[in-house]
Design a protein around this ligand. Structure first.
Ligand code: CA
Length: 365
């Protein structure tokens, strides 16, 4: 009798242990969401509708939109506040740059912006335009345009209807400080547009992201309550030296100091207005003797119920962090060592393929 009970207990015990072990691995993989960074941007020019349609077909969890305003207050889906490095603006409107040499999106109407051709990101070298990623889609081939936020929302919502998937959106309000300096309130315009398209609370598949902590607090505590909406917010974290946000201190322009965010009390502060953080992935790890391991940022963020969605995971050998031999190893590290909740990636196909497979054990790549 005693023997039978003991063996039953042992069977139950070992079955439970197996299930727990297997499920915990599968769960980690299942919950590492894939965010298509600027679309399928490794394969087609970023933020074009073509890149978004291709990303959609790869079935990520979310597709990202960066948003800036035109002169006539249309939301344009593009990464920079300048048109210089992704369009032929210098050819079409040669006299329209500002004193600093940049062509600002905010100086052009939608009608003018639609006349521009979009290409892969480039910089002007001595021998003409040089692609930022030489192995990606060739410069100036085929025909791509800038698109509005409405056009992209209708594309994604239309595909959700025709294909029956539920792929979310992940808009980013670009440089609110710059838009304020130009006399425009981009955050209010984005929120109104989201409300118009049915995004009003945490039931819809959306995250709204921004690098600007003060603007996110304004959105959380003033703008959204006034509009009767409540969307999940993500605080993006930059390095101070990048100058991602500029501030005017008694007439002197300075880089906003991001250091407080990962210091003591920083994540608690962020958790008072946001649902997640979007750090640069090196902020989550430390490397000792060439071996990467997690630091305590993800654990501290999870303790505050903050999701963690680092950027940007790129698969090409030349874009891979040197600590990893291949992209799967990098994804494995993010999912199982860092235990992040989602990743921004230029290769949503590869990330979905790897992260949707159950991986047992520590070296599943
Ligand atoms: Ca972005």
């Amino acid at each position: 009798m005693f023997k039978r009970i003991l063996s039953t207990l042992l069977i139950i015990g070992s079955a439970t242990a197996n299930i727990t072990c297997a499920e915990s691995n599968v769960d980690v993989a299942k919950h590492t969401m894939v965010i298509a960074h600027r679309g399928a941007s490794a394969y087609l020019p970023e933020h074009t509708l073509e890149a978004k349609a291709m990303a959609y077909a790869m079935r990520p969890d979310y597709i990202e939109q960066d948003l800036v305003l035109s002169k006539d207050d249309h939301l344009i889906v593009m990464h920079d506040i300048y048109l210089d490095s992704t369009t032929n603006v210098a050819k079409v409107f040669p006299a329209r740059s500002r004193e600093d040499g940049h062509y600002y999106t905010i100086d052009f109407t939608l009608e003018e912006l639609k006349k521009l051709q979009v290409t892969e990101t480039f910089s002007m070298g001595e021998d003409g335009p040089q692609a930022k990623y030489p192995n990606r889609f060739p410069l100036w081939k085929s025909s791509f345009q800038l698109s509005t936020f409405e056009e992209e929302l209708e594309l994604i919502q239309g595909l959700n209807k025709s294909l029956g998937y539920e792929i979310g959106i992940y808009p980013e309000i670009k440089k609110p400080y710059f838009h304020h300096w130009e006399g425009k309130d981009i955050a209010s315009i984005v929120l109104l547009k989201l409300k118009e398209y049915g995004y009003s609370d945490k039931q819809q598949k959306i995250f709204l992201q921004c690098f600007d902590a003060e603007e996110l607090q304004r959105i959380k505590f003033e703008l959204m309550p006034a509009m009767g909406i409540d969307l999940p917010l993500v605080q993006l974290i930059a390095a101070t030296s990048w100058g991602e946000k500029l501030i005017d201190v008694d007439g002197t322009i300075k880089n906003y100091d991001y250091d407080w965010m990962l210091e003591r009390g920083g994540l608690r502060k962020i958790a008072s207005y946001a649902d997640g953080i979007g750090p640069w992935y090196p902020m989550l790890m430390e490397v000792e003797d060439g071996r990467p391991r997690a630091n305590n940022v993800v654990r501290r963020a999870h303790r505050r119920n903050l999701q963690v969605h680092p950027y940007t995971f790129r698969a090409e050998p030349e874009n891979l962090p040197e600590e990893f031999e291949n992209f799967n190893q990098f994804l494995h590290f993010a999912a199982y060592q860092l235990q992040v909740d989602g990743i921004f990636t230029d290769q949503p196909d590869q990330a979905v393929n790897y992260l949707s497979r159950p991986h047992h054990g520590k070296r599943g790549y």
